[in-house]
Design a protein around this ligand. Structure first.
Ligand SMILES: Cc1cc2nc3c(=O)[nH]c(=O)nc-3n(C[C@H](O)[C@H](O)[C@H](O)COP(=O)(O)OP(=O)(O)OC[C@H]3O[C@@H](n4cnc5c(N)ncnc54)[C@H](O)[C@@H]3O)c2cc1C
Length: 428
């Protein structure tokens, strides 16, 4: 059984110049990605052959500008591609996302020399990138990283431990963040392109994840790694800005990935509910199940709208881009989590079979709420942006006086209308 929704994508691509290309991605997702999704989850083995096919399809150069031989997609079209692929396997989506996030600092801040060298490495030599800021003691608080890059003549010497690096061991280049002037805090942070073959670069561990399996994640130790100044991205001291610009841009990628999970969960649940019969009729005809399906579909549409808006604002460098980027990541990933849990409920006992793919969606969805900045951190970003937009400052030392508070609540003329206040006190 098919549903009409299967043909619907994040955006109506007919109107876009990249339609043919995006159609190819859809075909690849339905024919290749769908087939390996379960195997990836069960074996946790890296999809070597699929990765080669992804290179053939140019899936690792989607955001590299056209003048350097890349596909030069807009963020909207890139997110479209991620959503399409992640619907069948969030792991394959993750592989593209983390490579592309590693490339973003070079795209945004790289020198001409770096762009020419590294984009060629990706396009012609099939090399992969990874993004690495997290450390054992610095997760949400990225500014507190301790790894250092200290100057030594024309070079820098890298030391420290980097953790949770996706694509670890499969990537050739790691966009990594270090303190070049530790005493300056976030202003003393810099970003480097680190080649995995440099002496002193060592993968010290990988770990088995609950979801998005098959794509490695692990820790790297840098032990007196000597790196040339030519690998510094931008200039010294702007590393934190590079990291924030990168993450602001990449959050809709996770949103798009999450929509893929959420929509697949809905479609699977819809199909199951229309076939499974209890109390003499398909469970889809029991109103409690119908309402669940209605809410799942509505949330998917709402998530698509906000991810699409965030991409549009980022593509157009709009002043609200940071807020929407965080909103879409938090919202879409919560929807993925909720829909995958609701799909399990609709599947009942059959959802608990380990090799069925419904519970995989829940495990994949959980990760989307945590990485690329947890949803609590997204809400902090949203809140800060809201206060900034409203011009609210929190620098007053004293509590506001009751009279003033009433002015805020009921308007400037409150003090002169104490009569109505007394009246309302008498009544209630
Ligand atoms: C599968 C996976 C892949 C990853 N891939 C990469 C990668 O490729 N590169 C990379 O650099 N990193 C990567 N990460 C790291 C990821 O970005 C961090 O896990 C994430 O930022 C959260 O950091 P943490 O795990 O240290 O949690 P913590 O920062 O310790 O947070 C723990 C909890 O406390 C909450 N919390 C923390 N501070 C606050 C606050 N101020 N207010 C309210 N709540 C707060 C958090 O929301 C969270 O719920 C990956 C993580 C995972 C799980």
């Amino acid at each position: 059984m098919s549903t009409h929704r299967e043909e619907k994508l994040l955006v109506d691509i007919d109107e876009f110049e990249n339609k043919e290309f995006l159609d190819k991605i859809k075909e690849f997702s339905e024919n290749e990605v769908a087939k390996i999704a379960k195997k990836l989850d069960l074996t946790d083995e890296f999809p070597v052959e699929t990765c080669e096919k992804m290179h053939d399809l140019k899936l690792f150069s989607l955001l590299i500008p056209r003048e350097y031989g890349g596909e030069g997609l807009s963020l909207l079209h890139f997110s479209q591609a991620l959503y399409t692929i992640s619907k069948y396997s969030a792991s394959i989506g993750l592989l593209i996302i983390c490579h592309t996030v590693g490339l973003l600092p070079v795209i945004f801040y790289g020198s001409e020399e770096q762009k020419n060298k590294y984009f060629k490495e990706v396009i012609d030599n099939r090399k992969l990138f990874a993004f690495s800021i997290t450390e054992p003691k610095a997760g949400s608080d990225a500014a507190s990283i301790e790894a250092t890059a200290l100057k030594d003549g024309k070079d820098y010497i890298l030391n420290g431990i980097k953790s949770f690096i996706t694509n670890v061991g499969k990537s050739d280049y790691y966009t990594m963040f270090f303190k070049t002037e530790p005493e300056k805090g976030s202003r003393g942070m810099s970003c480097f392109i680190v080649d995995k073959n440099l002496d002193g670069f060592k993968i010290i561990s990988t770990y088995e994840k609950i979801g998005m399996r098959g794509i490695p994640c692990g820790n790297v130790k840098l032990d007196n790694v000597r790196i040339s100044k030519s690998e510094l991205i931008g200039e010294e001291g702007i590393g934190f800005k590079i990291a924030m610009d990168t993450l602001n841009t990449s959050r809709p990628f996770i949103g798009a990935q999450a929509i893929g999970i959420a929509e697949y969960a809905f479609e699977k649940a819809l199909r199951f509910a229309s076939r499974r019969r209890q109390f003499g009729k398909p469970i889809a005809k029991h109103q409690a199940v119908m309402f669940k399906l209605a809410k799942m579909a509505t949330k998917v549409e709402a998530a698509k709208s906000i991810v699409r808006k965030a991409c549009y604002l980022l593509d157009n460098d709009d002043h609200e881009k940071t807020k929407f980027s965080a909103m879409c990541k938090a919202f879409a990933t919560d929807v993925a989590m909720e829909n995958s849990i609701d799909a399990m409920q609709i599947y009942g006992g059959y959802s608990t079979y380990r090799d069925g793919d419904i519970e995989r969606l829940m495990r994949d969805a959980k990760i989307t709420q945590i990485f690329e900045g947890s949803n609590e951190i997204q809400n902090m970003i949203i809140g800060n942006q809201l206060y900034k937009e409203a011009g609210i400052k929190f620098d007053a030392d004293e509590d506001i006086l009751p009279d003033e508070l009433m002015k805020y609540a009921y308007g400037e003329d409150y003090v002169s209308s104490k009569k109505s206040w007394k009246f309302s006190r008498r009544v209630f």
